[in-house]
Design a protein around this ligand. Structure first.
Ligand code: URP
Ligand code: ZN
Ligand code: ZN
Length: 583
């Protein structure tokens, strides 16, 4: 494989803290919870269970009353991205440092070439920016922002030689990154040939352009114009169109940053007829805040919330999106972390179309979802692990090295304290910006320890990341989760990262299937709702809608809104009162 610069790992990182025991915790995987200790050696999980035999001198972390979960995987970040005449504030060091602080131990960033630029040249630029800075492992998606036979050839090379298995196309950003439908057909078809995964930014760029002209002509220049130019219907139309194109090209599809109820409805309908898996991603921003901020009289405040697709003013949106995530209408949650400074956002002071698009989220994604979904009883911890980690690992072919706490997996582990209480604020966050879209949100539940490749990088709340500790993760194509119709192999004895599987891509997998069966195909691929199947960690899958908290006394307590604004305190009783379990 020919790739960009090979990085040297400093000696002190190779030798320190190579043995670690996490004791007395409840290990949460996407398919179950068990009371077990976890022994880590040389960056790999070596044993999971009780009464383990451990070498002397091993550091022990006591995880009593804590959850031991796979480190988060954020499938959607933009570090050191230049867009709309500005550069994101978070680079690969500060961005991954913020990720680790919040419990995320793998990120997947987007290489976004300019129109006409070689995809491989852009990819090499990204590797150069990232390799020596990342504090955790990372992978890369590549944007296809223009089309020609040479682009197709480079897509083949990226898959064959550079460890890329996903390509993002844009149906918006007319005049910069947008492709037309014919080009989308060709990209999706090429992805299907390469057994790669097409990803789509679904918004109708032509409608946005026309609406924008009308709004500006009418004198609407404030950030409110951003959402007005691209309402829910504009997103839902593109979701539907992308699904139709993918279906016609017999390609699976991953829809990034789904922001509205209408878009989720369009996805739900498409699922009934789709031949291949469709994966829906939403964002921490959608779950943790809303589009009412666009009408805030303060430009700085309103502009800080501008991203595309936008947050929705409909106040029911966050709850509907969480419900969709919990019920598997959406499969995972990313951050789309794309932070710009106040100065850069100011570019759009007199014209909302010039506000660089993007918000924070990589640090707070997990705590926000925990607070809004688990503490409210809408989601159990297993599903939390699925949508924040395991499903991303499976979709991008990183499973079972990533996304689970199991023997043989990478030691990317979070010790999650469900009683740790703090209030999110820009003053305390680790981003390179001074605004946080979740400012003032009180969360109960956050990481106490974060272990990255066996190294304790958040140590009882103290952040000790190492710049350059992370490595590039090649993501092989032909992911069994997408192209086999079967869940991937078990962690034990299976190849790490590169799960080779038999080619299985009939032109039409729909033959003889009813729409309901097709929906089931998608549900099976999503891997969480079919009873009786064994799962990649060898456990039985849950019945639809049923919690599987075997061996566990874990109890999800009601959220209580309080006025405490301390950054980080441990609550004596669980939110909502005492219960017999973990508390
Ligand atoms: O507003 C956003 N989402 N900025 C990042 C670029 C993209 O479209 O993902
Ligand atoms: Zn996008
Ligand atoms: Zn993005």
């Amino acid at each position: 494989m020919t790739t960009a610069p090979v990085k040297k790992v400093p000696i002190h990182l190779q030798s320190s803290q190579n043995r670690l025991l996490i004791k007395n915790g409840q290990v949460v995987n996407f398919d179950g919870i068990e009371e077990a200790d976890v022994y880590i050696e040389d960056g790999i999980i070596k044993q999971v269970g009780r009464n383990l035999i451990i070498p002397g001198g091993t550091r022990t972390i006591d995880a009593t009353r804590k959850l031991v979960m796979p480190g988060g995987i954020d499938p959607h970040t933009h570090f050191e991205l230049e867009m709309m005449g500005a550069k994101t504030a978070d680079d690969f060091y500060k961005g991954t440092r913020a990720a680790v602080a919040g419990g995320t131990t793998t990120v997947i960033d987007f290489v976004l070439p300019n129109k006409g630029q070689s995809l491989i040249e852009a990819y090499n630029n990204w590797r150069e920016k990232a390799d020596n800075k990342v504090c955790c492992d990372y992978g890369l998606h590549v944007g296809v922002t223009w089309w020609s036979p040479s682009v197709k050839k480079e897509m083949q090379q990226l898959v064959a030689e550079h460890g890329v298995n996903s390509f993002k196309v844009f149906m918006a950003y007319k005049d910069t990154w947008m492709l037309d439908d014919y080009e989308l057909c060709q990209v999706f078809e090429t992805c299907a040939e390469l057994k790669a995964l097409p990803q789509v930014h679904a918004e109708n760029g032509h409608i946005i352009a026309r609406n924008t002209e009308k709004l500006l002509a009418a004198g609407v220049t404030t950030p409110e114009g951003h959402e007005l130019s691209r309402d829910e219907e504009v997103e839902a139309e593109a979701v539907n169109r992308a699904c139709v194109i993918a279906n016609q090209m017999n390609a699976p599809l991953y829809i990034v940053h789904m922001m509205s109820k209408s878009a989720v409805d369009a996805l739900r309908n498409a699922r009934l007829r789709q031949r291949r898996a469709i994966i829906g991603e939403t964002l921490a921003a959608t779950v943790g805040t809303d589009g009412m901020h666009y009408t805030n009289a303060c430009f700085r405040h309103a502009a800080a919330h501008v991203l595309s697709p936008p947050l929705r003013p409909d106040p029911d949106t966050p709850e509907a999106i969480i419900k969709a995530l919990a019920e598997d209408d959406l499969q995972l949650i990313g951050s789309d972390n794309c932070t710009f400074t106040e100065k850069d956002k100011e570019k759009g002071k007199d014209d909302f179309t010039k506000i660089p698009n993007g918000v924070n989220g990589v640090e707070d994604r997990m705590a926000i979802l925990w607070q809004k979904a688990v503490n409210t009883g809408m989601m159990d911890p297993c599903r939390f692990v699925a949508v924040t980690s395991a499903t991303a690992a499976r979709v991008f072919n990183l499973w079972p090295a990533k996304g689970c706490v199991a023997v043989g997996s990478d030691a990317d582990v979070v010790v999650w304290d469900p009683q740790l209480e703090r209030t999110i604020s820009a003053a305390a966050h680790h981003h390179a910006t001074d605004f946080n879209i979740f400012e003032g949100t009180r969360v109960v539940g956050s990481p106490q320890y974060v272990i990255v490749n066996g190294r304790v990088c958040l140590d009882d709340g103290e952040l000790r990341v190492a710049e350059g500790l992370g490595k590039f993760l090649p993501t092989p194509a032909n992911c069994p989760y997408l192209y086999d119709g079967k869940p991937p192999l078990s962690p034990q004895g299976s190849p790490r990262y590169a799960s080779e599987s038999p080619q299985n891509s009939p032109a039409r997998v729909t033959n003889g299937n009813t729409p309901t069966e097709l929906h089931l195909v998608n549900k099976q691929l999503d891997g969480l709702s079919v009873s009786g199947c064994s799962t990649p960690t060898g456990r039985k899958m849950r019945e639809p809608g049923q919690r599987n908290l075997q061996n566990s006394t874990f109890s999800i307590s009601k959220e209580v809104e309080g006025l405490d604004t301390k950054t980080s305190v441990r609550v004596r009783n669980p939110p909502g009162g005492k219960s017999s379990g973990l508390w």
